[in-house]
Design a binder for this molecule. Structure first.
Ligand code: GDP
Length: 196
């Protein structure tokens, strides 16, 4: 089935134990401002499903969405690397994110969003290393394709992949502004969830 993935917001929680099971789940993770909310909105073709904000770090909870009809779900994890957050708060976010990633049994794929303009940050690379170390299936999605000048796109695609220790074709490039890669990503999510 092509087209948008119909999503319904279920709830926001601060611990994996308090989340209902909605079937196989794909989660979105990335630093604040990477374009995570915009991407969830684009995948579902809803303007305000996930909160799009210019204020980094506003989404601080585990936000669960379910496919309508079920089964299947998307998890919007809190953005990491909010520069101004006190160390103590950063620690509690990390625990919440790690707890979810390690304990969510229905998790079938982790989408690691990296900013296509900025490239993978130190925290993105740490996240990838960690996912590899705990053997969690993951896919790198590079955002804001439209903001990378067409003259340097090929070079940038190679650079981003290399930094992530991947081949260029393994990275899914998207633009929510131009609609690049959105259908491809929807298809991938549907496959992961149905084979989850
Ligand atoms: P989040 O903090 O990761 O949820 O990021 P948001 O979805 O709130 O996006 C952060 C900023 O990047 C916003 O100003 C968005 O409008 C912008 N943005 C997100 N995706 C794209 C994109 O594909 N292209 C462009 N040009 N801007 C984008």
């Amino acid at each position: 089935m092509a087209g948008p993935i119909k999503l319904k917001f279920v709830l926001s929680g601060d611990h994996v134990d308090r989340l209902p099971d909605v079937g196989p789940e794909v989660c979105f993770v990335g630093r604040s401002n990477v374009g995570k909310s915009s991407l969830i909105n684009a995948v579902s073709n809803r303007k305000k499903l996930a909160h799009v904000s210019n204020t980094p770090g506003r989404t601080r909870l585990l936000n669960l969405f379910e496919f309508d009809p079920r089964p299947g779900g998307l998890m919007d994890l809190p953005g990491y690397g909010f520069a101004n957050a006190p160390a103590q708060m950063r620690g509690s976010w990390q625990k919440m994110i790690e707890g979810y990633l390690l304990e969510r049994e229905s998790l079938v794929m982790v989408l690691v969003l990296v900013d296509g303009v900025v490239g993978p940050t130190k925290l993105d690379l740490q996240m990838l290393d960690w996912l590899r170390s705990v053997d969690l299936p993951h896919t790198v999605v590079a955002t804001k394709h439209d903001k990378v000048k067409s003259s340097i796109r090929d070079k940038r695609k190679k650079e981003v992949a290399k930094k992530c220790q991947l081949e260029p074709d393994d990275v899914v490039w998207v633009s929510t502004v131009k609609g690049v890669g959105i259908d491809r990503l929807r298809g991938m999510i549907r496959r992961w969830v149905s084979f989850g």
